[in-house]
Design a protein around this ligand. Structure first.
Ligand code: ATP
Length: 237
C-alpha cells in the first residue's frame, strides 16, 4: 500500500502547554484508520495539525511525500485532505444542497456529485431544500460528511462523527464507510465510540495524554490492551 500521510515526531503546543508529544503516524492510500482516546488525549489537536488549522514546525507532516507542516489550510485542502469537524458546523442559513455545493469550492478533480451524496445518504434527498438547522443531528452529520466528500479528498478526516447520536443513527452513518472506501478515499476516524471504529478500521491508534499509547490491527488487539491504552488502567470490564 502506498503511503499517503505520515507524521514524524509531531508535536503541538497551545502557548506553553504541550498537547502532542512526538506522534509517529502513517496512513496508506485507501486505508481506514481509527484513532481512539479519552477526552483531552489530543485527537482533535492532531487532526487540526494535519489540516493546517494548528500550525506546526514544517518538517513533521508529509502528505504524498511532500512536507505540509506549516502550510496554509486552504492549500492543504486543495491537495486532497478534508475534514468533517467535530460538531458538524453546517452553514445555518443555507439549505442542505447549498451546504453540499459549498464543499465543492476549490475541489480536486474527481467523481463526487450531489447526486452521489444523496445515493450515499438517501434520507437527505427529501431534505435537499431544507435549512441545515431543520435536520436531525444524524442528518446534519450526513451533510457534514457529504460536504467534505464534495472536495474529492484523498484523505477524509472525521472528528467524532458519532458524538451525541443514538446507536441506531450511528449505525446508519457508519453504513457509508465501506461505500466511501470503495471510491479509494482513505479515512481517519477519530472516535470515542471504540467498538464502532474498530469494526470498520484496518488499523487503530490509541492516544493518551498527547502520546500514541497503542497501535495495531483490531483483530490482534485485546480488550485489556485497549482499555489500558485508553484509560491507563488494566481492567477492560
Ligand atoms: P476531545 O475528545 O475532548 O475533543 P481530544 O482528544 O480531541 O479530546 P484535544 O481537544 O486535542 O483532545 O485536546 C488536547 C489537550 O489540549 C487537552 O488537554 C486540551 O485541554 C488542550 N487544548 C485543546 N484546545 C486548546 C486550546 N485552544 N487552548 C489550550 N489548550 C487546549
Amino acid at each position: 500500500m502506498n503511503m499517503l500521510l505520515e507524521t514524524k515526531g509531531l508535536t503541538a503546543f497551545y502557548g506553553d502547554f504541550q498537547a502532542l508529544f512526538g506522534i509517529d503516524f502513517t496512513i496508506g492510500a485507501g486505508e481506514t484508520v481509527a484513532m481512539i482516546g479519552a477526552n483531552g488525549a489530543g485527537k482533535s489537536t492532531f487532526l487540526r495539525a494535519l489540516t493546517g488549522l494548528h500550525r506546526t514546525s514544517g518538517q513533521d507532516i508529509f502528505f504524498d511525500g511532500q512536507a505540509i507542516g506549516g502550510m496554509a489550510a486552504d492549500r492543504i485542502h486543495k491537495m486532497g485532505l478534508a475534514m468533517v469537524p467535530e460538531g458538524r458546523r453546517l452553514f445555518a442559513s443555507l439549505t442542505v444542497e447549498e451546504n453540499l455545493r459549498i464543499g465543492a469550492s476549490g475541489r480536486r478533480f474527481g467523481g463526487w456529485t450531489v447526486e452521489q451524496i444523496y445515493d450515499l445518504f438517501p434520507e437527505l434527498l427529501a431534505k435537499r431544500k431544507n435549512l441545515g438547522t431543520a435536520l436531525s443531528g444524524g442528518q446534519q452529520q450526513m451533510v457534514a460528511i457529504g460536504r467534505a466528500l464534495m472536495s474529492n479528498p484523498r484523505l477524509l478526516l472525521c472528528d467524532e462523527i458519532s458524538l451525541g447520536l443514538a446507536p441506531k443513527v450511528i449505525k446508519n452513518i457508519y453504513k457509508s464507510v465501506p461505500l466511501i472506501r470503495e471510491t479509494g478515499t482513505a479515512l481517519l476516524l477519530v472516535e470515542q465510540d471504540v467498538s464502532q471504529a474498530l469494526a470498520v478500521a484496518d488499523r487503530v491508534y490509541c492516544f493518551m495524554e498527547g502520546r500514541v499509547s497503542l497501535t495495531g490491527t483490531p483483530a490482534t488487539l485485546t480488550r485489556d490492551q485497549i482499555a489500558k491504552a485508553y484509560f491507563g488502567i488494566g481492567d477492560a470490564a
